[in-house]
Design a protein around this ligand. Sequence first.
Ligand code: ATP
Ligand code: MG
Length: 462
Amino acid sequence: MSEGAAKKEDKPRKFQAIRGTRDLLPPETALWNRVEQTAHEVFATFGFGEIRLPIVEEVELFARAVGQETDIVNKEMCTFPNPMRFSEFYRRLRESVSKGTNEMGTLTDLLPESEMISLRPEATAGVCRAYVEHNMQQLPQPVKLYTMGPMFRWERPQKGRYRQFYQIDAEVLGGTDAPAIDAEVIEMVMTLFERLGLEGVQLHINSIGDRNCRPKYVELLRAELQKVKDKLGADSQRRIETNPLRVLDSKLESEQKIIENLPRIGDHLCQDCATHYAAVKHELGLRGVKYQENWRLVRGLDYYMRTTFEITAKGLGSQNAVCGGGRYDGLVELLGGPPTKGIGFAIGEDRLILSLLETAHSPLATRHSPLLYIAWMGEKAYTTAIRAAKNLRNAGFRVELPPVEQKFGKALGQADKLGARFALILGDNEVSSGEWTLKTLADGKQEKLGESDLVEHLKKQL
Ligand code: ATP
Ligand code: MG
């Protein structure tokens, strides 16, 4: 082996973020903070309180709440044995392999269900679990909660689709299923988007019926799909049996004409569902919220019912849904709680930010450059500079205090590069005379100021 190659091997390898995960960097993170801060503010005005949830839960919670047969649980979830039980897990795994059964069975044959945990793929399940765990049905109803943070789905990464992504999620639990609640939840997310200046926002709504009317519609749909089975793609053919509603979701070009001719759920709602849906639309109208009806908007799970909605925005290509939501009156009961009404939504924060960036919201506009750079030279000046920095920061100004002494020319160059607006020049002369020099970097204008005038002077300039 040549010496060069040996040296190369000695060098520690570099690391990269795991595929599908990414770092969020400044200045873009300033935009993330603005979005989250605005959500805190808007949701508070609607009476929502923040809940913070663990990132891991029992796999069984998601299997039940999201649905064993969904892509999320079936293909995308990140599940592993409780780390405290790893050694036992591997011992049983080795045993089952050495028995030569070849049949590995499911993960839960190797550890009890409750010892298998998953990274959360969404937040609704955790919120409902917490509602039951903390007996929130004893609080005044409904309970309005929101939460934000990372979610995990191991799907194929692409623009607007990551394995670790972020959601802002809100849920209303308990009380009645009055249509005004559906409308107000939608109004809340639309208010947030408007406040953020999100462009090309379109709200799509639908009603998917309830336990009463949906099963009959699904059977009708299945029968109609059987008739055209040969013309459908493999995915849709499979879904005729497993989840016919999902066929309506298909984006496959060749299936579009066929789908347009299928029976529509709107024509098969029971009286209660039809009345509820009409009232939701009326309530949206009262709130001045514009919507488009989309009969193909579905949720494939049993406890999802009646109102479903999705919001799309500009600049996102085919991953253009920034928010999905709907009513799920059966879910809390399914998780061992009392019968409880529920409705909520999840905003895809990554896509929301992407859309904001694609339109007017350059992160440079919120760039975190210092307002003021302190160019100091000499030991006395340094002590003064530290004091000045402390006072200015306490007054809320962004200040850069260089950690080592530099010649003034170099310091001013640095201040320029960082995009500072002002440089405070502190040398021996300034310190002994008490007259400080404030330089405006854009035009080179210099002013003499006393220490006590500085904060007031800067406030006036802004
Ligand atoms: P899609 O059809 O795009 O896969 P979904 O139906 O799986 O969406 P929901 O479970 O309704 O999405 O989640 C709500 C929102 O979360 C979506 O509208 C989207 O903005 C966002 N989202 C979902 N999955 C991802 C992901 N892998 N990366 C980034 N954002 C995502
Ligand atoms: Mg998905």
